[in-house]
Design a protein around this ligand. Structure first.
Ligand SMILES: Cc1cc2nc3c(=O)[nH]c(=O)nc-3n(C[C@H](O)[C@H](O)[C@H](O)COP(=O)(O)OP(=O)(O)OC[C@H]3O[C@@H](n4cnc5c(N)ncnc54)[C@H](O)[C@@H]3O)c2cc1C
Ligand code: FES
Length: 278
């Protein structure tokens, strides 16, 4: 496979998820690795003719049909240009790139997914992949923190999974007052507070984190306090990246490049690297 050349794709569906975020479903070639052979936490490069190319995390699960789900926050040139696309619009995709979450180590474990803001996009991919092998897993808990309730992504889906007993869900919003229309049990708290006193079996738990780098130190120390070993804490360092292809050096952490060696690392790998979590 030559991942330097974009594979043609067309837009199938666009769903508005929040005021500034959409879920895009695109279809590329049947059984193409860019759609069928990725791990949650990996990313692709999406090119929009006339606008440019951007890295995006996979938000859905692998599909042999060639379908790919992407969650896009419209904030800059390319992402805003993507607002104008309609079903049938042509785009290009390259990938998958990077290292994803270590799914093969999760069998028989309790899983704790911790998402901050748009970090829910790659963790939705992980959640959907885990649900496909639900019978081989123990407890599946999602802790999800946002600034405001109106920024919650995929809330209906998550509440449905909670009702069906497939996941345990806890939601927090940073600011007081914003929980008035929030889901049942929503707390006004910062994301790391959801770890306080959490009932887990640390010897049989793995944690997967994706969110703004500023919350990682508190999340990691909270998980350590609960007894989760460093090698079972996996975090995505995607926010450190710029070019995504190992050229700009923006994502360097010690001797590692997040875009090439990650974006997912275990905390055991990062612990000795200066500046890894700042
Ligand atoms: C591995 C990886 C995975 C990612 N996954 C996702 C994902 O799943 N979903 C997602 O939405 N994003 C994701 N991103 C981020 C996404 O790639 C960027 O949002 C995108 O590249 C921005 O491109 P752009 O052309 O729209 O923005 P640009 O135009 O390049 O703007 C970039 C920044 O400048 C700011 N900016 C732009 N114009 C203005 C202006 N006029 N005034 C003030 N500020 C301005 C924007 O707010 C933005 O912060 C990911 C990034 C990486 C590296
Ligand atoms: S993001 Fe440019 S080198 Fe990694």
């Amino acid at each position: 496979m030559n991942s330097t050349i974009p594979v043609p794709a067309v837009v199938l569906r666009i769903r508005q998820v929040t005021a500034d975020t959409s879920l895009l479903t695109i279809r590329t070639k049947f059984d193409h690795p860019v759609a069928s052979l990725f791990l949650p936490g990996q990313f692709l490069q999406l090119s929009l003719p006339g606008a440019g190319e951007i890295p995006l995390s996979y938000c859905g699960s692998p599909s042999s049909e060639g379908d790919i789900e992407l969650c896009i926050r419209h904030i800059g040139h390319v992402t805003t240009s993507l607002k104008a696309i309609v079903p049938g619009s042509p785009i290009g995709v390259r990938g998958p790139f990077g290292r994803g979450f270590p799914m093969s180590t999760y069998a028989g474990q309790d899983l704790l997914l911790v998402a901050g803001g748009l970090g829910m996009a790659p963790l939705r991919s992980l959640l959907l992949a885990l649900l496909k092998q639900r019978e081989f897993l123990g407890r599946l808990t999602l802790l999800y923190g946002v600034r405001e309730i109106k920024s919650l992504l995929f809330l209906d889906e998550l509440l449905e999974l909670q009702r069906e007993g497939m996941i345990e869900l806890q939601v927090a919003a940073d600011h007081p007052g914003h929980c008035l229309d929030g889901p049942p049990g929503c707390r006004i708290a910062l994301l790391p507070a959801l770890l306080d006193g959490l009932d887990i079996d640390p010897g049989h738990s793995c944690a997967a984190l994706c969110g703004p780098p500023v919350v990682y130190p508190l999340l990691v120390s909270g998980l350590q306090l609960l007894g989760v070993p460093d090698g079972r804490i996996h975090l995505s360092m995607e926010r450190r990246m710029k070019c995504g292809v190992g050229r700009c050096g923006h994502c360097a952490v010690g001797t590692r490049l997040c875009c090439v060696d990650g974006p997912v690392f275990s905390y055991a790998e990062l612990a000795g690297l200066e500046g890894a979590l700042v």
